[in-house]
Every structure is written in C-alpha cells, then in structure tokens.
Design a protein around this ligand. Structure first.
Ligand SMILES: C[S@@+](CC[C@H](N)C(=O)[O-])C[C@H]1O[C@@H](n2cnc3c(N)ncnc32)[C@H](O)[C@@H]1O
Length: 207
C-alpha cells in the first residue's frame, strides 16, 4: 500500500504543509528508500505521525513513533483509520525524549524538527542513538546566524497543545561541531528549502 498522493499529515490536519517544509523532506525519503527498506526506524518527536507513515511507505518494516503530546496520538489514529495496512507497522509511544529509553535496537533514528525545542537535545539524541545501536540518523533542524539558548523554560508535557518554544538556536557550524564531537559523519542532503522561513538543514548521518 502506498501513501495517497499529497498526503501530508501535519498538526494542521491532513494535506496541510503551508511552509513547504514536509513535501521536499518526504520526497527525499522516498527517493532514498534503500535506507529504510526492511529497516526498523525510531522517529522521535513524531507530531501527528507524518514521517512514521513516510518511512513505512519507503519500506520500513517497523516504526516506533515517540511524541509527548497526546493530542497528536489522537490525530494520528484518526488520520490512519483508512490506511489499514499502516497501523500494525507503527507503534506509538506518548513520551518526551527526556523520559524515553529505546526498548529495543533500531537501524535508523529520525530526529526532525526537534533539537531546537530542547535544552539538552544533543545529549539526549546521543544517548538514544547509542542506546539503540542505530547506524543511520536523519536529522533536520532550523539553523540560525549565531548560536544561543533561550532563558530557562518549562519542559513540554502531554497536555500541551500550543506552539512549542524554541529553546536552542543552533548554527550550521554548531551542528557540524556536534557531529565531530560524537564521531558522526554528516552529509547535508537538504538546505534552506522551507518557504519564507529561517535557514534549515537536513543531514544524513552515518553513526
Ligand atoms: C517542529 S515539530 C516537528 C515534528 C515532526 N518531527 C516533523 O518533522 O514534522 C516539533 C515536535 O517536537 C515535539 N517535542 C517538543 N519537545 C519535545 C520533547 N522534549 N520530547 C519529544 N518531543 C518533543 C513537539 O510536540 C512537536 O511535535
């Protein structure tokens, strides 16, 4: 079963991709399906489940989706109700990344649009990829001209419904420094594709 054309499942509902962020990323996943075919994928910060579906569509055998906000679990369940082949290949976990420990090994970790929402996103990402033995990481983040952290902010919880704050503003240089520090090899596969928005990068990372 294939995902219907133009099926973006976003917090705005099915079909919504106003800033053109999701479609090019999804197209990249589809044209690099060899990375996902027959593989287990851990997707952290899944929102309403668009990328878990994209990975299954690209041939992943199993996807674990981790997302702290309960509202998105419901949205995901409502969206997939008609795609009967997908649900049994996706396991949905309501949890923050801080509270999550991978319960099994995964081939691929996907961390899209998350690091800038967390205080220690890099530390948790490293803990998670090390903990599940993944060999591939797909990382997408907003990028800024200079690196900074926001002042102390509360942790996200399962009942949060509004926009999530930006906690860290990473630069491209900082991302590359993190890769070097962790011994990862990153290849920038998409750059600044989002319409009218800040800089952005998506990396294919060999761990
Ligand atoms: C910009 S959206 C990205 C969603 C999706 N991965 C994508 O690329 O479209 C950020 C997501 O991170 C989630 N999030 C924020 N803080 C988190 C945390 N501490 N642990 C896990 N997810 C978090 C939010 O609930 C939201 O769904």
């Amino acid at each position: 079963m294939r995902l219907p054309n133009n099926s973006i499942i976003n917090c705005g509902g099915v079909g919504s991709d106003p800033d053109g962020r999701l479609a090019p990323m999804s197209a990249w996943m589809a044209s690099n399906s060899c990375l996902f075919e027959g593989k287990s994928v851990l997707d952290i910060a899944s929102n309403a489940g668009h990328f878990p579906l994209v990975y299954v569509d690209a041939g992943a055998s199993f996807v674990m989706a981790v997302e702290p906000r309960k509202v998105f679990e419901r949205l995901f369940n409502e969206s997939i109700i008609k795609l009967s082949e997908f649900p049994n290949r996706i396991s949905w976990i309501v949890s923050t990344v801080e509270d999550f420990t991978p319960p099994q090994c995964f081939d691929v970790v996907s961390c899209l649009g998350l690091v800038y929402h967390m205080k220690n996103g890099w530390g948790h990402l490293k803990r998670i990829v090390d903990g599940c033995g993944a060999k591939i990481l797909i990382l997408d983040t907003m990028l800024f001209d200079s690196h900074s952290y926001a002042i102390e902010t509360g942790r996200i919880n399962s009942n949060c419904v509004g926009l999530v704050e930006i906690v860290e503003r990473p630069t491209k240089k900082l991302v590359e420094k993190k890769f070097e520090e962790f011994g990862w090899t990153g290849e920038l596969v998409l750059e600044n594709w989002q319409i009218g928005n800040p800089l952005r990068g998506m990396w294919l990372v060999r761990l």
